[in-house]
Write a protein that binds this ligand. Structure first.
Ligand SMILES: Nc1ncnc2c1ncn2[C@@H]1O[C@H](COP(=O)(O)OP(=O)(O)OP(=O)(O)O)[C@@H](O)[C@H]1O
Length: 229
């Protein structure tokens, strides 16, 4: 389980995470949801060690997370981190050389699934193709957890369906997925758990199935109730 415990993080003098606590379990899809600026991306960066924080803790299976245990988590950032002159084949090779957990067979399957060409250059990819390639890079390693920041950003309608289908595929089966997205309605049937963020705090967390079955509400209904109150 990834646990964020009472984390406070500030940019200059403003706390953008202000006592944030939530957990993402293995084998489940957890969605961090909230309006623009709520702190979702910052929370993911804190988990990935990409943003220093002032107070609190991040734990993985009960232990403070460190560089070595963080290798059990792969990250799909909201933009591509590879140099634009690199061919996709070289980017895949770079990942294979760098990550012991790299699963080349899975990378090839995902490349085929998203119809990406190894000979294309990173810089020549459209926004949507780059988002798909980012997903390949994040899903290919044999990690226990995958953390994704806005994986639907820039992807066309059929591409979205393809990305959504990844969430119910064997590529994520058994892993813990933590995702931020504004496309909640599109994937809410695939999400197990939602954590609603407002002003850098978790203001509500719930299982989607429970609110659907017991309260007859969608995730967007709960968001409207809680965030616009
Ligand atoms: N590098 C930075 N320097 C200063 N402030 C920042 C920086 N990055 C983020 N912030 C601020 O932190 C707050 C949270 O930003 P964050 O990107 O985490 O929000 P978000 O919930 O992911 O928003 P969105 O839905 O718009 O992507 C915002 O007020 C933002 O302006």
């Amino acid at each position: 389980m990834i646990e964020v415990v009472n984390v406070r993080k500030r940019y200059r003098r403003r706390y953008v995470l202000d006592g944030l606590s939530f957990a993402a379990e293995k084998g489940r899809i957890t969605c961090l949801a909230g309006l623009n600026g709520a702190g979702k991306s910052t929370a993911l960066k804190v988990i990935m060690g990409l943003a220093p924080y002032q107070e609190g803790a991040v734990r993985l299976d009960g232990k403070p997370i460190d560089r070595s245990s963080r290798e059990r988590i792969s990250f799909v950032p909201d933009r591509i981190a590879m140099p634009s002159s690199m061919k996709l084949a070289d980017a895949l090779q770079f990942m294979a050389d760098f990550y012991a957990s790299w699963n080349g067979a899975r990378a090839r399957e995902l490349m085929r699934f998203f119809d990406l060409k190894e000979g294309d250059k990173v810089g020549s990819l459209s926004k949507g193709m780059a988002a798909k390639f980012n997903l390949v890079l994040g899903l290919a390693p044999d990690t226990d957890y995958v953390v994704m920041d806005e994986p639907f950003s820039g992807i066309d309608v059929f591409g979205r369906e393809a990305v959504a289908s990844v969430f119910s595929s064997e590529w994520v089966e058994g892993r813990g997925v933590l995702i931020t997205t504004h496309e909640i309605a599109e994937i809410e049937h695939l999400i197990d758990h939602v954590v609603l963020l407002k002003d850098g705090r978790a203001v509500r967390s719930f299982d989607t199935e429970r609110v659907r079955d017991e309260e007859g509400k969608s995730v967007v209904d709960v968001m409207r109730e809680v965030l616009l109150a």
